[in-house]
Design a binder for this molecule. Structure first.
Ligand code: UP5
Ligand code: MG
Length: 190
C-alpha cells in the first residue's frame, strides 16, 4: 500500500458548515474516499477503548483531541484503503494537528477546501440535525464555535500562502454549494 499515489484534500470549516454533506457529493462525483476525523473519533468512543474514554470527554467539551490519537486513526484507514484519493473531513483543526499529520503520514494535501459560513447559520444547522450527537446541544455548540474561531485561522493561512486553499461560500442550497465545489475537482487539481 506504500506505493499508491496519494491525493489528499482537507475539507475544513466550522461546526455545521456542511463539510460532511459536501464530502458525500464529492465522493459520488469524483471517486474519493471520505475520512471524517470526527466520525473516526466517534467510532473509537463506541469501541470502548482507553482512548475512547479520553475522546468522549473532549468531544463533550468541544475540545480538540490530542493529535496523535486522531492521526493514528487516519493513518490506519489510509493504509487499509486501496484508493489513494482521500477527503479528510474536519482535520487539521489547528497547527499542531497539521504538523502531526505531516510528520506521521509524511504527506501534504494537494488542496484544501474551506467552507466559509456565518455562526448563526452554523448554529441553526447543528441544532436542526437531530442525529443524537453528544455535542449537538447549544452549550457544546458554543464551545465548538469558540475553539474553531481560536484555532483554524493559522491552518487556513498556511495553505493559502501555498496556493492550495479554496474558500467556498457555504450559504445556499446543498446543490448550489456543490456547484462551487465542483470546479476544484473538475480542474484535476485534486
Ligand atoms: N446542511 C448541510 N448543508 C446545508 C445547506 N447548504 N443548507 C441547509 N442545511 C444544510 O451539516 C450540518 C447540518 O446542516 C446537517 O443536518 C445537514 O443536513 C445540514 P454537515 O454536513 O453535517 O456539517 P459539518 O460541517 O460536517 O458539521 P459537523 O457538526 O460534523 O462539524 P464539526 O466540525 O463540528 O464536527 P466533527 O465531527 O468534525 O468533530 C466533532 C468533534 O470531534 C470536535 O468538536 C472535536 O471535539 C472532535 N475532533 C477532534 O478533536 N479532532 C478532529 O480532527 C476532528 C474532530
Ligand atoms: Mg461532519
Amino acid at each position: 500500500s506504500k506505493e499508491k499515489n496519494l491525493f489528499i484534500t482537507f475539507v475544513l470549516g466550522g461546526p455545521g458548515s456542511g463539510k460532511g454533506t459536501q464530502c458525500a457529493k464529492i465522493v459520488e462525483n469524483f471517486g474519493y474516499t471520505h475520512l471524517s476525523a470526527g466520525e473516526l473519533l466517534r467510532q473509537e468512543i463506541a469501541s470502548n477503548s482507553e482512548d475512547g474514554a479520553v475522546i468522549l470527554d473532549m468531544i463533550k467539551e468541544g475540545k480538540i483531541v490530542p493529535s496523535e490519537m486522531t492521526v493514528k486513526l487516519l493513518k490506519k484507514e489510509m493504509e487499509s484503503c486501496d484508493n489513494g484519493k482521500f477527503l479528510i473531513d474536519g482535520f487539521p483543526r489547528n497547527e499542531e494537528n497539521r504538523i502531526a499529520f505531516e510528520q506521521i503520514i509524511g504527506a501534504e494535501p494537494n488542496s484544501v477546501l474551506f467552507f466559509d459560513c456565518p455562526e448563526e447559520e452554523m448554529i441553526k444547522r447543528v441544532l436542526n440535525r437531530n442525529e443524537g450527537r453528544v455535542d449537538d446541544n447549544i452549550d457544546t455548540i458554543r464551545k465548538r464555535l469558540k475553539v474553531f474561531a481560536a484555532s483554524h485561522y493559522p491552518v487556513i493561512e498556511y495553505y493559502s500562502k501555498k496556493g492550495k486553499l479554496y474558500k467556498i461560500d457555504a450559504i445556499g442550497t446543498e446543490d448550489e454549494i456543490f456547484e462551487r465545489v465542483r470546479p476544484v475537482f473538475a480542474a484535476c487539481k485534486g
